[in-house]
Design a protein around this ligand. Structure first.
Ligand code: G3P
Ligand code: CA
Length: 307
């Protein structure tokens, strides 16, 4: 229970006598985030995956964002195209060599070139011809039906924090009238990043008033480091999104974060990575009901444990 609600109940006061909390809650109920769309059943970050996520009841749909050579935001997890498209067949001579391996960076290709690629066949033949969507196409598919939680990926991989991606993101959101909290109640927007600099740039340089969530990887000592950093994180974010192993190792983090007004989102719930739990539904239920996290990222929106 949030402190202001507790106060109302404990003192039996009408809501008008108690000041609203300084920070609006980022999530208002246990929340289902479709990770890269319904990515277990459809090719990640395609319109097919986003549309399936909506059918499966997602509260939010996640696009990871990268910038093309000509400055357009596209939805793609990797900073290169080869894992999820047929770029190696279409543009065999455009590879770069990094550590002895060929790679095709998104930032080397224009939107027109990227739209020639098949982003569905790698998953299954029935998805052949699926395209890498632009962020605008993603918004068109989801707006009015669910929330959107874009992740600023390229700012990390391209080392251009605040120069390109954050501005482009805010411009697209503004064009769609989604750049303010509550602008479209059917389509709340939350921005997430592993890069504190990206979130700081959004808030300071771009004047972003949307809720910001800071992603944290599972690495040595992550839980202890995070515990020490909560107050510092509160300066540039409204929520934390630790890997689920961090919260399992130190469940007290959830209350500590909540006490500071930070929401807690965990990732990523998928079949085959459920640890001690019977299945992915039971695993998500444990995190939401026992550990009291606010939201979960899952590849399986259809297995979210609704009450
Ligand atoms: O953004 C939450 C989760 O998606 C982070 O991991 O690598 O799938 O973007 P990743
Ligand atoms: Ca992500």
């Amino acid at each position: 229970m949030r402190w202001h609600v507790f106060l109302l109940v404990a003192l039996n006061l009408p809501s008008s006598l108690v000041a609203a909390p300084e920070v609006l809650p980022t999530f208002t109920k246990p929340t289902l985030i479709a990770h890269r769309g319904a990515s277990a059943d459809a090719p990640e970050h395609t319109l097919a995956a986003y549309e399936l996520a909506l059918k499966q009841g997602a509260d939010f749909v996640e696009p990871d964002l990268q910038l093309t050579k000509d400055g357009v935001l596209v939805c793609l997890h990797d900073s290169s195209l080869e894992r999820t498209t047929n770029v190696a067949e279409v543009f065999p001579d455009r590879a770069k060599e990094v550590k002895g391996k060929k790679t095709w960076p998104v930032a080397d290709f224009t939107l027109a070139e990227i739209q020639k690629l098949d982003a569905g066949s790698w998953k299954a033949a029935k998805f052949a011809g699926a395209k890498v969507p632009t962020f605008q196409q993603m918004i068109d598919a989801v707006k009015g039906k669910a929330g959107i939680i874009p992740e600023t990926k390229a700012s990390e991989s391209q080392g251009k924090v605040g120069m390109n991606l954050e501005k482009a993101l805010m411009e697209v959101l503004k064009t769609n009238k989604l750049d303010a909290r509550g602008a479209d109640p059917k389509t709340p927007v939350i921005v997430q990043s592993f890069s504190a600099d990206s979130l700081r740039a959004l808030r300071k340089d771009c004047g972003c008033k949307l809720p910001l969530v800071y992603l944290i990887r599972d690495e040595d000592g992550a839980a202890q480091k995070l515990q020490r950093r909560l107050k510092e994180i509160r300066e540039f974010a409204d929520g934390i999104a630790p890997h689920k192993a961090i919260v399992l190792a130190q469940p007290g983090l959830v209350k500590d974060a909540h006490d500071l007004g930070l929401s807690v989102t965990v990732w990523t719930f998928r079949v085959g990575l459920t640890g001690k739990f019977k299945d992915v539904r039971e695993e998500m239920a444990y995190y939401l009901r026992e550990l009291k996290v606010d939201a979960v990222f899952t590849d399986h929106p259809d297995r979210f444990p609704r009450e």
